[in-house]
Design a protein around this ligand. Structure first.
Ligand code: RM4
Ligand code: MN
Ligand code: MN
Length: 396
């Protein structure tokens, strides 16, 4: 790699921050069961502590996404304690995720529930979540809904759409200046016939109806297999409606596997669309890069460090695409040349440049090795093992 390319990698890394999810450190499983790990985090404090380790060795994960039901047991009153944890462990609260899918009242939906009382409860929980975010100085409230139905004819799809529009508008009205509402979509699961926000078109519609501070959140695992995710990204960028990502990888559906483990070129193509947009428009895309993964079997902290490392590699590779040359090749319909510009960038080994960048920041060249040598994992395994051997019932 020449010095111009190294410079590009440095600039890309300088601007790239990744938010990690609290639930990635907790024991998670599938509907068939949960295999417990002795070192898993069970309390909000442990999640902050583990996230702090990831930030310590990578230097690029200053925030942690929180799920209100799992991480804020006292609701709005949890904010003060979370601020203390943020100070103690050196990571700030990131996006706030209301939980509108786990409690019994949500059996038939939240914002789309035919029962007005449940819709009100869901709206109140969302407003509380916005207040928690305000107290924590968090910018984004990420809305994912499990709402949907399992059998044809059982739900009034149009009426539910209206209820969603109303509730999202009201939620938007509760935002403080600078806050954003991110609307996530998912084609199926847990609902298996219809899902109220099933794709990016529906999410885009709802975000537009909600108001100007609402944007779309793209979770890479929430698409059908053949879908062209980078095209969706390009369209949302062009509409100024892309708010952020939940990155993960999948082989089948919402597998929540480690980013880049199955199809790294897909992630590269997404990053490329973003960086090409930035080059062309001369503006920074205002996007929250977040991870949404479940490390059911992998060691959780190591899985997170691995994820961050791979994300940096793929982002750096995308930064190597020669945009000026690409624009010319596209204009002249030089297909092989255009495609090769992407392939060449993707095939470049960016690891030495990334190590140099880490050196320049006083960060460990090899974050995984630094973590393994720290003794942290051994310590928490001892501290948490007995408690973790008893099964826990919630998702995270
Ligand atoms: C969902 C969705 C949400 C996440 C939950 C735990 O499938 O991806 O973003 O909060 O899982
Ligand atoms: Mn998600
Ligand atoms: Mn998901």
């Amino acid at each position: 790699m020449n010095s111009d390319e190294t410079g590009r990698v440095f600039r890309a890394l300088e601007a790239f921050r990744i938010e990690i999810p609290s639930w990635g450190f907790a024991n998670t499983g599938t509907r068939f069961g949960k295999f417990l790990q002795p070192a898993a985090a069970a309390t909000t404090e442990e999640k902050f502590s583990d996230a702090g380790q990831v930030h310590r060795v990578t230097g690029v994960c200053p925030t942690i996404a929180l799920h209100v039901l799992w991480d804020c047991p006292e609701g709005v009153d949890s904010a003060a304690e979370i601020r203390n944890l943020a100070d103690r462990y050196g990571v700030q609260a990131g996006s706030i995720n209301p939980n509108l899918f786990q409690e019994q009242i949500y059996k038939y939906g939240s914002f789309g529930n035919p029962d007005e009382a449940v819709r009100k409860r869901a709206l109140q929980h969302t407003k509380d979540s916005i207040e928690i975010a305000r107290r924590l100085k968090s910018r984004d409230i990420s809305m994912w809904f499990a709402d949907g139905s399992n059998y044809p004819g059982t739900a009034n799809i149009r009426r539910r759409k209206r209820w969603f529009e109303e509730a999202l508008k009201e939620s938007h009205a509760a935002l403080s200046a600078g806050q954003r509402l991110l609307v996530e979509y998912k084609p199926f699961e847990p609902a298996f016939y219809h899902t109220d926000i099933a794709d990016w078109g529906m999410a885009l519609h709802f975000a537009k109806v909600a108001g100007p501070k609402a944007k779309v959140l793209v979770d890479t695992g929430h698409h059908y297999l053949a879908q062209n995710i980078e095209q969706i990204v390009a369209w949302l960028l062009s509409e100024n409606m892309l708010g952020g990502f939940h990155f993960n990888d999948r082989r089948y559906a919402d597998d929540d596997l480690t980013l880049g483990s199955i199809d790294p070129y897909q992630v590269f193509r997404i990053f490329h669309e973003i960086l090409f947009f930035e080059w062309e428009t001369g503006t920074r895309a205002d996007i929250a890069y977040m991870i949404d993964q479940s490390h059911n079997l992998k060691g959780k902290i190591e899985a997170m460090i691995q994820t961050v490392t791979v994300a940096q590699q793929l982002f750096s590779k995308a930064a190597l695409v020669d945009h000026a040359a690409l624009a010319v090749a596209q204009k002249n319909c030089e297909l092989v040349n255009a495609e090769s510009l992407l392939q060449d960038a993707f095939n470049t080994d960016v690891r030495p440049a990334i190590q140099e960048w880490r050196d320049s920041k006083g960060l460990p060249r090899d974050p995984m090795q630094a973590f393994r040598e720290s003794g942290y994992l051994e310590r928490i395994t001892k501290e948490r093992a007995t408690r973790n051997s008893q099964s826990v019932s919630s998702y995270a």
